[in-house]
Every structure is written in C-alpha cells, then in structure tokens.
Design a protein around this ligand. Structure first.
Ligand SMILES: Nc1ncnc2c1ncn2[C@@H]1O[C@H](COP(=O)(O)OP(=O)(O)O)[C@@H](O)[C@H]1O
Ligand SMILES: [Mg+2]
Length: 317
C-alpha cells in the first residue's frame, strides 16, 4: 500500500455512462434499456445497467491504474467468506485506447446504501440495533477467515501485525509532515497525529494474535439496505488485509454510523482489547490522512471528528 498521491484519470460522468453501456453490451451481448449513475468517491464511479429483459448489473470504473486486480480479488475472497451478499464479479476490463479507464462488472445488490436509507436512519432504536446485529454477524463471519501471516491479501508475508502496520503508519506520518510543511495539512491534524504517534507503543501494546480477513472500508456508504430496511449486502472493499480485526471497527463510526451502534454491538458480541477505543481512533485518523495523501481531497466533515476523537482518547490513556 503505497503512501503517495495518485493522479485520478479524468472521466466525465456522461462519457462514462456511454462507456458503461458499450462495455455491458460487449461483455454480456444483450440489448440495453438504460444506464444510471449510482455514485462514487475519489477513484470509483459506479453505474447501473438495465438490459431489455430487465436484468441488471453494475459497471464500476476505477480512475487509478493499480486498483483493479486487488478490488476484484478482494470481492471474490470476501464473498467466499461472508454470510451476506458481496457482489460477484462478472467480468473485468483493463484500460485501452478505446476506453481509457479500468473497470469491472458485478452483480447488483438490491436497495441502496445505508447513508441514504432515511427509513432506517429514522427507525426505532430497536430496529437500528437489530440492523447492527445483522451487520456485525456478517462482518464477524469475514473475520473468522484467518491466515498464518499478516498483510495485504495479495501478499500476506508478515509474522506480526505491527511488522506490517507500524512502518505503514510511519510512512503516513512522514508524508503528512511533508504536506504540513507545504501548507497542505491543517496544524491541528498534524499536531494530533504527532501526539498519537508518541503514544503508539501504549496504544498498540497488546499483541494481535490472529491475522483476520478485514473488509477495510465498511462504513455505512458501503453497507447496502433493501426496501424493507434489511441488510442486503456489503460492497466496495478497500485495503482488505489479514489484520487486527479491530481495524474494521473505525469505519463504523464514520458518517452517521454511530446512530446504528455498530461498533458497540460488535464489541459487546465478540469482545475487543483494552485499547480498542484508542486503536480505532488511531486507525481512523491515519487512514483519513492516507486517503487525503492519495486523493488530494481533504474531507473536513470526516477528518475533524477523527481529530477530536483521537485527542479525547489520548487524554484517557
Ligand atoms: N454491486 C452494487 N450493487 C448496487 N449498488 C452498488 C453496487 N456497487 C456500487 N453501488 C452503488 O454505487 C455507490 C458507489 O460505489 P462504490 O463501489 O462504493 O464506489 P467508491 O469506491 O467510489 O466508494 C455505492 O455507494 C452504491 O450506492
Ligand atoms: Mg464506496
């Protein structure tokens, strides 16, 4: 996982819609009724393609040249180890002169992501807790898939979690320092990162015994919900690894994840180490800095609460 800026390949939304139509026709060989943009973040763009016979698939473009192999590998690996639906990959296509962006086709998951599920967000505490129960059961399923070594799913080679994670976090800190010197990172972010790094050995003093498969990006924008507000699937893994299973818990607090008691429910059901709160604060802050380094986009409404939370957890140590 390289800690450096990745220049996103430019891709106009309307042109991508045409590409999605062309690719779906080439790959599936059936006439298409319509193509609709579903959403996307720094590097992804997803489109729903509906064929004349009403069959639907999703075509996702990846605007960075080194993501395709890992994303489709991780989707397959997670799908084989999870009790809820993770889209199966139908085809993949590397960029060429005709269509200059990598992409793949996958199964459509019913419903929409949990961020836009107003019905679920506003439902009773009992229903939200029931949802948390379903999500955490499925995530724990993934975590039960273990490996002898830690590291990226494509090449897990580390005997200890910290042999992998500490140098990675350190590289993030070094890059963040560079950005701070160039006036590209707010002072409060770097001060908090430095303070957290100082306490690294305390926060990570408990040995991580098992290398568990993690999704890596399970915030509520990547959790799908059907029209009855029931969990319908997980999508969009990022940085999937064999890791500390608590690495998957910080994303639960991003966006309005706390409204669903996701992290709390996971910890109640499956337990966590003494420093779980501080570790999640650290993972969250350093991951957001990593995303900023890669994409060049600072998302203040995500970064600011992470900084605040890290300072709170540091004060508790
Ligand atoms: N397989 C799928 N089925 C249904 N909707 C999907 C699927 N994949 C993506 N989406 C929709 O598209 C949005 C963006 O896709 P996502 O894979 O999360 O992109 P990014 O990597 O840019 O975050 C998701 O939030 C979801 O609403
Ligand atoms: Mg996503």
């Amino acid at each position: 996982m390289k800690v450096e800026r990745i220049k996103a390949i430019s891709l106009d939304k309307k042109i991508a819609q045409k590409y999605a139509e062309e690719i779906a026709f080439q790959q599936i060989g059936q006439p298409i009724k319509k193509v609709k943009y579903l959403g996307g973040g720094s590097f992804g763009r997803a489109y729903k393609v509906t064929f004349e016979d009403d069959k639907k698939i999703v075509v996702k473009f990846l605007r960075a040249s080194d993501m395709l192999e890992k994303e489709i590998y991780d989707l397959d690996l997670l799908a084989a180890n999870c009790s809820v639906k993770i889209p199966s990959v139908l085809f993949s296509r590397k960029a060429d002169d005709e269509i200059p962006v990598d992409c793949y086709g996958m199964e459509l998951i019913e419903g929409g992501n949990a961020v836009f599920s107003l019905g679920l967000l506003l439902s009773s505490k009992r229903k939200r807790k029931q949802f948390a129960d379903e999500v955490t059961t499925a995530l724990y399923n993934i975590h039960c898939h273990k490996n002898d070594k830690f590291g990226d799913t494509l090449c897990p080679t580390y005997s200890r979690w910290l042999d992998f994670y500490k140098p990675f976090a350190h590289q993030i800190l070094i890059k963040a320092e560079e950005m701070f010197s160039n006036g590209e990172l707010p002072q409060k972010v770097i001060f908090t990162m430095r303070a957290a790094w100082e306490k690294f050995d305390i926060i990570f003093s408990e040995e991580v015994v098992e290398a568990c498969l993690v999704h890596g990006d399970l915030n509520i924008a990547n959790i799908m919900v059907d029209k009855n507000h029931k969990l319908s699937g997980f999508i969009d893994p990022l940085n999937s690894m064999y890791a500390d299973r608590e690495y998957d818990l910080f994303q639960f607090d991003n966006l309005f994840g706390k409204r669903f008691y996701l992290r709390k429910t996971y910890v109640e059901k499956y337990g966590a180490g003494k420093y779980c709160d501080a570790k999640c604060a650290f993972y969250g802050l350093f991951n957001e800095a990593y995303c900023y380094i890669k994409s060049g986009m600072l998302v203040s409404f995500i970064m600011n609460p992470l900084v605040k939370n890290m300072n709170k957890r540091l004060a508790e140590l």
